[in-house]
Design a protein around this ligand. Structure first.
Ligand code: HEM
Length: 388
């Protein structure tokens, strides 16, 4: 059994997933009853499977009708936003969204790598031998810089948009229905919408991503609300995991790894070991057999990306970093494959090149994680440089 709702503060969650991956079972039950697939082979087959969808079953939407009036209204408005996200949609709607989004980040890929390298060099110069927060001085500004470049906005605007998107995304990890939180989410959705309404008229000369969002808003089968939902998912989906993975990079990469592996390989291995989104959520659409179990339609299942990436059958000595032939599943696979994968890879390789260029790695004195298991998030990563 895996309890996805308990407080994991102070727990080494990588060990949790390593233990699951090395254990005898192909699948376990979540505390809430769902099947959780653990093996790399099963997760890789299930991610693109057509009989599994990311879309909530209709009965979940209908259940809102049974709520008391005030609650029903706010919960319905909030949920109408989430069903428009690329990730939580499927079928023709998703295919159409996806057509607009494919390659929408290609114009920033090289620039974010160069900016990340420059940032590491600047922080090394500024902090010298002093203790500093890797999270606040390195990871967060680099990730905010990526969002700023995607949208073609200054850093302070990106930070404001990230704040709203975080209110929206963090609701998804909250286990109980809470109308006050839902009201905050709806306010954040409207704030993002207001910003987008102001930004779209100038979008034609702007970044590829903003042009893609503009095209979504203009597409009669999609429209403005889908553009806002896409923006919310992209900003939150870009920022939080990127901060996590840049921080894992700092706390795991040793001088030996830097000296022996090329930057792109280090980036790939850090993505695998960190796996910021620990689970992909799917729903069955038909009777299905998964990891040897029969599952009826409309059941929620979890694909444990974090366990699959540490499966010793696929990645021998899974915790160590090495040149691997097997691709990790940190960005998913198939029709929902991450739109920002190449930008993230470039950004991480930029940080690795930065460390090589300043001839130092980071030694952590204090690391703290957020309580949830579903997403890897740090709340502190303080330490100092170790020259080599
Ligand atoms: C380390 C950073 C990131 C990680 C680990 C990550 C991971 C993922 C994963 C696992 C999925 C698929 C989930 C599933 O199939 O259930 C996904 C989808 C997505 N990601 Fe990322 N992501 C990252 C950064 C970004 C960035 C920078 C962007 C910016 C464009 C982005 C935009 C998206 C979008 C729009 C989707 C939905 C695609 C669709 O459903 O068609 N992500 N990401």
């Amino acid at each position: 059994m895996i309890d996805m709702l308990r407080d994991y503060t102070g727990v080494d969650t990588m060990e949790v997933f390593r233990g699951l991956a090395a254990g005898p079972s192909d699948a376990v039950r979540a505390g809430t009853g769902e099947l959780v697939l653990l093996r790399y082979a099963d997760v890789r087959t299930s991610l693109p499977a057509v009989e599994l969808t990311t879309q909530r079953p209709r009965r979940d939407v209908l259940a809102l009708a049974t709520l008391p009036d005030g609650s029903r209204e706010i919960q319905t408005v909030m949920k109408a936003h989430y069903v428009r996200w690329p990730l939580f949609s499927d079928g023709d709607y998703h295919t159409r969204l996806r057509r607009h989004l494919v390659r929408s980040t290609s114009d920033v890929t090289d620039a974010v790598g160069a900016a990340a390298l420059k940032h590491v060099v600047a922080v090394r110069r500024e902090t010298g031998g002093n203790s500093f927060s890797w999270l606040e001085q390195v990871a967060e500004p680099i990730a905010a810089g990526l969002v700023a470049r995607l949208l073609g906005v200054p850093a302070d605007v990106a930070t404001e948009l990230i704040g709203w998107a975080q209110v929206i995304v963090r609701e998804l990890t909250w286990p109980v229905m809470d109308d006050a939180r839902a009201a905050d989410v709806v306010r954040a959705q409207r704030a993002l919408g207001d910003w987008l309404a102001g930004a779209l008229p100038a979008a034609s000369g702007a970044t590829r991503y903003l042009r893609a969002v503009h095209a979504i808003a203009d597409d009669p089968a999609l429209g403005f609300e889908s553009a806002v939902a896409t923006l919310a998912q992209t900003v939150s989906g870009a920022y939080d995991p990127l901060v996590s993975v840049i921080t894992t990079l700092a706390t795991t990469v040793t001088p030996e790894v830097l000296a022996t592996l090329p930057p792109a390989t280090v980036a790939e291995e850090v993505l695998r070991v960190a796996t910021p989104f620990r689970f992909s959520r799917r729903f069955t659409t038909v009777h299905t057999r998964l990891a040897g179990e029969f599952v009826p339609p409309d059941c929620r299942i979890f694909l444990a990306l974090a366990a699959a990436n540490l499966d010793p059958q696929a990645f021998p000595c899974p915790i160590s970093m090495a040149q691997r032939r097997t691709p990790h599943v940190s960005f998913g696979l198939g029709r929902h494959y991450c739109v920002g994968a190449e930008a993230v890879r470039s950004c991480l390789a930029g940080v690795v090149r930065g460390l090589a260029s300043v001839r130092a790695t980071f030694t952590a004195d204090r690391v703290r994680h957020a309580p949830e298991l579903s997403i890897l998030r740090f709340v502190a990563a303080d330490g100092h440089w170790r020259p080599h």
